[in-house]
Design a protein around this ligand. Structure first.
Ligand code: HEM
Length: 490
């Protein structure tokens, strides 16, 4: 990401390029001061320093990123017309930012929290962003609940700390969270590093092929390094002694030439099967069991280049679930639909209206051509080209071909509950996950959950929370109730 200039040769200069005589003593009215307003070197330096920070991400503030290569290993042209997936062996440049969710920019890496998995494919038809997590499901199924949920994960307005009461109050009032909470407090809740975890697109997305046939798709990225996790005790120790553990591990592995990689798989559902599938396929709190829709391996993702400048390329990186390319589109998932708005809006606030044209964010394999111009930080890249369409001067024109296929909708507008399919309830998959765990993992799950739940002050919140786990599996609920009662001494 070099600018072409050598920033080390020649004298120190001001921002406007004039040589600096003194960078260690301010200009003063006599040896003892006071300082002079004519010392523009001092004033410019202090003023620039005051403006070094941009707002941190409201969630996923803490993260690390790397560039890489995605390679297609299977023919998927029957399912999508996306150009970057059009040929076995085809390679696409990528940038992947990993993150934790709740902590602020300076927080520790080794914590129990989902890990963000934000992947940008720089394709020849525009950038395709897949903004997922290391978990296949999520806590809630409607975007309108997200700000309330995050408020309970972040610092309480009065105490200034995360409060167990708030976290469990929200979760216990949102029984659809039991599946993700079971996942999070199980062994995979604290990955040993970003390299040793899987990634997921999590939502269901639409793929459409050249003939216009539609499919619903879920993405899985299986780590080739193997899954490795930390216990709560290991993580507590590491977070205290080495807060940057995950970030450094990623950078150093790439520096050593040990490029981490993931096997990319998809589950594919023909569009016509969605209406009668046993689970609502657009409910983000549910997985599609592999037995129903087996995973198909379609590619390899390798990370092989560190960013040169963390602020420019990681802090200013901007991913949006609304960044689609021809052949890929959204599903009606009510979480995804909200996210289609939220990210671009966040970028315009956090990085500015020209965020998408910064080097890390702009298309690398094509260029952005439209009439959008100006605004803070605009670099004039369009030169004298006209800024409207249609025009008679050979400007770019619309294609008339939507990126994705139309989706049938039905019913009146309204604040509806998400429709339930034959086997849907909030608890069935959480119970299945609990019963899938080994006895040892169940023990650790109960201990991890009880340790946090026992910090809750109010009995009604504890009871409501335990009641939800009991609905997932009676034994799960009973064991948790006993463990919490023991820790709370009542
Ligand atoms: C409706 C629910 C959600 C809303 C409103 C929301 C909103 C946001 C916002 C505003 C950001 C900060 C973006 C920025 O400043 O660049 C963010 C970051 C992120 N979100 Fe969400 N989010 C939601 C759900 C999810 C879900 C379900 C996932 C994963 C499946 C997810 C994954 C991420 C990731 C990975 C990032 C960090 C992106 C990066 O590395 O820059 N979010 N989210």
């Amino acid at each position: 990401m070099s600018t072409g200039y050598d920033h080390t040769a020649g004298p120190l200069t001001t921002e406007s390029g004039a040589p600096i005589a003194s960078n260690n003593q301010s200009e003063a009215a006599g040896p003892g001061g006071p300082l002079l307003i004519q010392d523009q070197v001092l004033l410019e330096k202090l003023a620039h320093f005051n403006r070094e920070r941009i707002p941190e991400r409201v969630v996923h503030a803490r993260g690390a990123g790397a560039y890489g290569t995605f390679t297609v290993t299977a023919d998927v042209t029957a399912y999508t017309r996306a150009a970057f997936l059009s040929e076995v062996g085809k390679e696409t440049e990528t940038f992947l930012r990993f993150s934790t969710v709740a902590g602020s920019l300076g927080s520790a890496d080794a914590v129990r929290d989902p890990r963000g998995w934000a992947l940008k494919f720089y394709t020849e038809e525009g950038n395709y962003d897949l903004v997922g997590n290391n978990t296949p499901v999520f806590f809630i199924r409607d975007a309108i609940k997200f700000p309330d949920f995050i408020h309970t994960q972040k610092r309480d307005p009065y105490t200034g700390s995360q409060e167990a009461d708030n976290v469990w109050d929200f979760w216990s009032h949102s029984p659809e969270s039991v599946h993700q909470v079971t996942w999070l407090f199980g062994d995979r809740g604290i990955p040993a590093s970003y390299r040793h975890m899987d990634g997921f697109g999590s939502h269901t997305y639409q793929w459409v092929n050249e003939a216009g046939e539609q499919f619903w798709v879920k993405y899985h990225f299986k780590t080739d390094q193997g899954i490795r996790n930390l216990t709560q005790a290991e993580a507590d120790a590491l977070a205290g002694t080495d807060p940057d553990s995950h970030q450094r591990d990623l950078r150093e592995a790439i520096e050593r030439g040990e490029y981490p990689s993931w096997t990319v798989q998809v589950q594919i559902m023909p569009a016509a099967e969605a209406a009668t599938y046993r689970f609502n396929p657009f409910d983000l709190t549910k997985v599609w069991p592999n037995a129903d829709y087996p995973r198909i391996t379609i590619g390899k993702l390798e990370l092989n280049r560190n960013p040169e400048n963390v602020f420019a390329e990681v802090e200013q990186s901007a991913f949006s679930p609304a960044h689609f390319v021809p052949g890929i589109g959204p599903s009606p998932d009510k979480m995804l639909q909200g996210r289609l708005f939220a990210y671009g809006d966040a970028h315009r606030y956090r990085v500015g209206v020209n965020a998408d044209q910064l080097p890390v964010n702009r298309p690398h394999a094509t260029v952005a051509r439209n009439g959008n111009r100006d605004g803070l930080g605009y670099d004039g890249r369009h030169g004298r080209s006209r800024n409207y369409e249609p025009n008679s001067f050979g400007g770019p024109a619309e294609t008339g071909r939507p990126l994705w296929a139309p989706v049938q909708v039905a019913g009146a507008t309204g604040a509806w509950e998400t429709p339930r399919h034959a086997e849907d309830d909030d608890f069935v998959q959480a119970g299945n996950l609990y019963r899938l765990m080994s006895a040892d993992e169940q023990d650790r799950l109960i201990a991890n959950l009880a340790g946090f739940l026992a910090k809750v002050g109010r009995d009604d919140i504890v009871e409501r929370a335990v009641g939800n786990f009991a609905k997932a599996d009676e034994q799960y609920g009973k064991r948790l109730a006993a463990a919490v009662a023991e820790l709370r001494g009542r």
